[in-house]
Design a protein around this ligand. Sequence first.
Ligand SMILES: Nc1ncnc2c1ncn2[C@@H]1O[C@H](COP(=O)(O)OP(=O)(O)OP(=O)(O)O)[C@@H](O)[C@H]1O
Ligand SMILES: O=P(O)(O)OC[C@H]1O[C@H](OP(=O)(O)OP(=O)(O)O)[C@H](O)[C@@H]1O
Ligand SMILES: [Mg+2]
Length: 276
Amino acid sequence: MLRIAIPNKGTLSQPASEMLREAGYRQRTDERDLTCLDADNDVEFFYLRPRDIATYVDSGDLDLGVTGQDLLVDSGSPVRELLKLGFGGATFRFAAPSSATTLDGQRIATSYPRVVERYLAEREIKAQIVQLDGAVENAVRLGVADLIADVVATGATLRQAGLTPIGEPLLVSEAVLVGREEVSGGQIAQLVRRLQGVLVARRYVMLVYDVRADQLDHACALTPGIEGPTISQLHREGWVAVQAMVQRVEVHRIMDELYDLGARAILVTDIHACRL
Ligand SMILES: Nc1ncnc2c1ncn2[C@@H]1O[C@H](COP(=O)(O)OP(=O)(O)OP(=O)(O)O)[C@@H](O)[C@H]1O
Ligand SMILES: O=P(O)(O)OC[C@H]1O[C@H](OP(=O)(O)OP(=O)(O)O)[C@H](O)[C@@H]1O
Ligand SMILES: [Mg+2]
């Protein structure tokens, strides 16, 4: 049986469970449950703090886990990133009351000490790390640090604390599936394929439309699909129906261009699952 770690709470928890549900796995129905057995898929899920997940996977007690790239770096664990999951996106940045602040000789408050240490060591910057558990934005105001290094999503927390980001992000992070070894068949590969199917189903829609056969080449150039568009005969002389997957973010532009080309009955439908 495959044993998989999922964040029990926090930003990554709900989207991780949602994605696994979409991929056909059973997930807990009560947020207080610590495990969930999916007997049909021969998988057991364990709900853990995302910061601890790499440790469980590295020790071999669990086979796979969902965590954040920044948390993975901070854990110092050698487990591998198997798949980027497309949610939980954030940057990790320094911030201070003034953007002119330099790092040298400063006290930096953070709950990600290894990420910061690595950054400073790579640049031979000497600074003092003040390790805190959370709400690090308060550390400057309260005088225990000169600047902070923390997760920034919308930037609202920084603004509220009167802090300005300094320099480029140390990291750009999103949720990832982690495991110990290269995926090469079997149950883990099947799970990865299912999650990839969810990512594609979220990113793409199915577009179908009718177009005059003499415009077909132009239309196919707009909707090349993955392997190639499906063309079927309409019960009307000189017309064909076309079906192709297109990226969700592009679909309205493509529909407008198809309409201008003379295509009609242009329909978009969601894809619920797929294997490419
Ligand atoms: N707005 C956000 N705030 C915090 N973490 C975020 C945010 N957006 C994405 N993340 C990612 O979520 C992970 C942190 O999750 P974690 O559960 O430890 O913290 P949290 O969501 O802040 O929950 P908690 O309430 O326990 O602090 C990191 O990988 C981080 O990059
Ligand atoms: O850029 P934003 O959209 O404002 O989000 C980022 C903030 O959210 C998180 O804090 P959280 O509320 O989880 O508190 P914590 O510091 O105790 O983890 C994170 O640590 C930042 O403080
Ligand atoms: Mg937090």
